[in-house]
Write a protein that binds this ligand. Structure first.
Ligand code: PRP
Length: 212
């Protein structure tokens, strides 16, 4: 049995064509079903539906042989023990710093002000501001980061930006582009040895589907 861990939403949708290229079709829709283990047209391939931030954990501990997860999640979680054969170039976005449109970020940075930053990306934010020499107090949030500057809880946020619509709708502006994000294929190292042929087949099919 080959087990693949995926999160619902964009990663799931953008993975379906890759699976199809590997001859795998998921037989249930996670948006409609409450099932957490989805069957496929291949009796020996199944898909686990897990939280995006849990994908590396499932693969690391062998709950899944393979997983697809964002570069952001891997950087925050750490990628110890995970083999990362492919950047799938799906679910592309960026991690940025954003502030209220009336906050003068360049002059706060120039003055050496201490900034309060709300984010779920604590590790990425700590590294980014440390490299810039900006002192920050980080507030860990789990979602809806855009609210924090609006209610006076933070000067800035560090969050994913795709279309920019969420920032715009909340009167925030992007002031720093920290890094580009896309999703990676991660593989459990023991599974790669024990189930080499079927896992290699999937890696190769994904690679040729993305033109690599
Ligand atoms: C992400 C991110 C932003 C939004 C950005 O949230 O946290 O809120 O997408 O996208 P946009 O630039 O296209 O508006 P997501 O919907 O992934 O949910 P989350 O809050 O659970 O991270």
């Amino acid at each position: 049995m080959i087990t693949l861990a995926l999160s619902k939403g964009r990663i799931f949708e953008e993975t379906l064509p890759l699976l199809k290229a590997a001859g795998i079709e998921v037989l249930e829709d996670p948006e409609k079903s409450r099932k957490l283990i989805l069957t496929t047209n291949q009796p020996d391939v199944r898909v686990l539906v897990v939280r995006a931030t849990d994908v590396p954990t499932y693969v690391q501990y062998g709950g899944a042989d393979l997983g697809i997860t964002g570069r952001d999640t891997l950087l925050e979680h750490g990628s110890e023990g995970l083999y990362q054969p492919l950047d799938l170039q799906i679910a592309r976005c960026r991690i940025s710093v954003a502030v209220r449109s009336d906050f003068d970020y360049p002059s706060a940075v120039k003055k050496g002000s201490r900034l309060t930053v709300a984010t779920k990306y604590v590790a990425i934010s700590r590294d980014f501001f440390a490299a810039k020499g900006v002192h920050v107090d980080l507030i860990k949030l789990y979602g809806s980061m855009e609210l924090a500057p609006l209610v006076g809880m933070a000067d800035a946020i560090v969050d994913l930006v795709s279309t920019g619509n969420t920032l715009k709708a909340n009167h925030l502006v992007e002031v720093e582009h920290i890094m580009d994000i896309s999703s990676r294929l991660v593989v459990n190292q023991a599974a790669l040895k024990l189930k080499q042929a079927p896992i290699r087949k999937i890696i190769d099919a994904f690679a040729s589907a993305i033109g690599k």
